[in-house]
Design a protein around this ligand. Sequence first.
Ligand code: PLP
Length: 390
Amino acid sequence: MSTPPDLPSQVVTAIRSVVGSGPVALHEPSFNGNEWLYLKECLDSTFVSSVGKFVDRFEHDLVKFTGAKHAVAVVNGTAALHIALRLAGVHAGDEVLVPALTFIATTNAVTYCNATPHFMDSEIATLGMDAVKLRDYLISHTERRSGQCVNRITGRVIRALVPMHTFGHPADINGLLAIARDFNIVLVEDAAESLGSYYHGQHTGTFGLLGTLSFNGNKTITTGGGGAILTNDTELARHAKHLTTTAKLPHAWEFRHDQIGYNYRLPNLNAALGCAQLEQLPMKLSAKKALFLRYQIAFQELPGVRLVSEPVNCKGNYWLQTLLLDAEIANQRDPILRVTNDAGYMTRPAWTLMTELYPFKDCPQMDLTTAKSLEQRLINIPSSSHLVSQ
Ligand SMILES: *Cc1c(COP(=O)(O)O)cnc(C)c1O
């Protein structure tokens, strides 16, 4: 009898059985709809910058798809977070609760407001912020002063809470909303990865005071670079548009600006791409779900390896397909990464924890046992929607 193949080559075999022979990228965009048509129309119109019909249409289409009352299109997801945090009232000297296990954009946006990120642990079930642990932490580490939640150790106001829907899997929104309410902290959702993901039937990014999306090239749909701010608050939406368009007062010819704004408006050219991509989103979402189901079958016989699936009562977009290794075989992560990438299948670990990064090494943090464990055990595998014929 031949010896059984080692785990890394079994992972290669499982991936190959689903996506065919390599090389296969982690996540590639595909342009199978009206992209060329809309881009030509945009060029012909000469309105390629921050004014034009595609920007307005893209916002309208986002509102229709997500069910948010308002969407404001901006240059990228990081800019969306920056403005959302400002509108949430995050000021210099405040603290903002963010997951330690996230992409750096969430954390960078906090520092753009001259506020301090405060790092939170994750839970296994959702890969997002652990609401139960967070509540206990706030009870023991904060006190209420003039209605505000104050960190007892640093003396700073904890202004906002920014859960992130990891790889498209919705976080424990109900638990986090209850904390936001009980501790008087504003909830802003980083829904950059979760377009097309629903929590209890409602689209992610629409629960907090504000939510943000990203349309970077590696996301579920892309505008090249792009993002959006979602909110149900009409006044906040108006303010978001104003701040992201240099705070210019409307006038036929005068240049008057009533505050320091930002040049964050999504160009019409990018929005044209976005309109075409959004038309194909339902198709991409069903392809991604089908890819997940195929991987699930391919990996079901591999001991110690499971595919991360959408949390209960949630519908995930399966942006990035994710393997979770059992804790006992966490030491197999790096060999699996090496062997799969050598075989032409692009796989990636989760992000290095924010607390490990030099710029944030002195920031406050809670116990991060689960986030540290997850970081050692997560592997993203090829996830493009075109890997399933559409
Ligand atoms: C992609 C992403 C963003 C936004 O990124 P941009 O490249 O600025 O659009 C923010 N947060 C998370 C978690 C992301 O994955």
